[in-house]
Write a protein of this length. Structure first.
Length: 365
């Protein structure tokens, strides 16, 4: 008899608890979570790098441009703003006879022209723009060639009378004439010197007179300018310029420390009464012929300012031979190389001396 074997039904396996499952898979969970965190950090870092790079690029694009610089056309020196480049220029005729020394205001001039007036006596025309000396003088009379040199600067001309042809020219309506004869309030006579060596003015008084006549700006182009570059081995450290007699002989000693030229007159330091020894940055010496004044029976001569001639430029302790050129009475004076290129001058005061060959000379060592 066969007896069937019966199988007891197995009870269902108990379900694992969540806690137990987590415990069994904890390592895997940690690994997966860590991977996710690392991946997230990496993604954030990449985005941060790109963001920082974008910000840097944006900042680079937004980097402000350097402030625009402005320079005086008279001296080449940096000035505050565009308006300062167009300030009115004033030329003042200043005496150089022994009774007029020491002069006032010469050291602050931007450009000074020096030449013989009459009888071998030299005279200066000092041009001012930004600087306003408290005292300028002694002021003396005008000559025609100084007007020609001043004309391209659109300058007012301060003087006490002048030669007949100079006065006829400056009063023809094309120039800014501020003669003491008609503007006495702008000038005064000092009591420490005798006439005619005692007429003075000031930058402030000249400004007031210019403003009253609406001479408020000067638009002009002058010499090319450049930053100074002192050389290691200067070849022109002692300069002599002769015009006539030893009373008016000038010399310059190059000072490497300041890259300027200490000026002497008649064998002694040429001092400005208020400001000390005159020391221009650049000296220009011109050779120019003379001619008898037209319709003038006194036999006086005028320097011929137009055409071309030899020039010598002293700066940075060196000398360069050049050609001066002035196309007409009112045109700018140009200083050019033999190849016809403008020669830049150092920024700062420029002193321009003119002598007549056969009567004067220039030498250096």
């Amino acid at each position: 008899m066969n007896v069937e074997k019966t199988t007891k039904p197995q009870p269902p396996k108990p379900k694992k608890s969540l806690k137990k499952w987590v415990k069994e898979h904890l390592l895997a969970i940690v690994l997966i979570t860590s991977s996710i965190v690392v991946a997230a950090v990496f993604i954030v870092a990449i985005k941060s790098v790109h963001y920082d790079a974008s910000i840097s690029q944006m900042n680079a694009k937004k980097k402000p441009e350097p402030a625009k610089k402005y320079y005086s056309a008279l001296t080449g020196m940096e000035v505050e703003n565009e308006a300062a480049t167009k300030q009115a220029v004033t030329g003042v005729m200043i005496e150089n006879s022994p009774a007029a020394r020491p002069q006032s205001g010469l050291k602050q001039a931007g450009v000074v022209y020096e030449a013989v007036a009459e009888g071998g006596i030299t005279r200066f025309m000092a041009l001012y723009q930004g600087n306003k000396p408290g005292t300028i003088g002694p002021v003396r009379s005008l000559r025609l060639y100084y007007l020609s040199w001043a004309a391209p600067y659109q300058a007012s001309i301060a003087h006490v009378g002048g030669s007949g042809n100079a006065l006829a020219h400056v009063r023809n309506g094309n120039y800014r004439d501020i003669d003491q004869f008609f503007n006495a309030g702008t000038y005064w006579r000092s009591t420490d010197r005798y006439a005619p060596h005692n007429v003075y003015t000031s930058g402030e008084k000249l400004d007031q007179l210019n403003n009253s006549k609406n001479y408020t700006t000067s638009n002009f182009t002058s010499f090319a300018r450049s930053d100074e570059k002192a050389v290691d081995a200067p070849n022109a450290t002692s300069i002599s310029v002769n015009f006539s007699s030893p009373l008016y002989a000038t010399s310059y000693a190059y000072d490497k420390a300041s890259n300027s030229y200490l000026r002497s007159l008649a064998g002694s330091p040429h001092n400005d009464r208020e400001a000390g020894q005159i020391a221009p940055k650049t000296i220009v010496v011109l050779e120019a012929a003379t001619e008898l004044r037209a319709n003038n029976a006194d036999g006086y001569e005028d320097i011929i300012t137009t055409g071309k001639g030899k020039a010598y430029i002293f700066q940075n302790g060196t000398v360069a031979e050049a050609i001066w050129q002035k196309d007409n009475f009112d045109s700018p004076l140009k200083l050019r190389s033999g190849e016809g290129k403008d020669i830049p001058l150092n920024r700062g005061q420029t002193w321009i001396a003119t002598f007549t060959p056969g009567r004067g000379s220039v030498s250096w060592q």
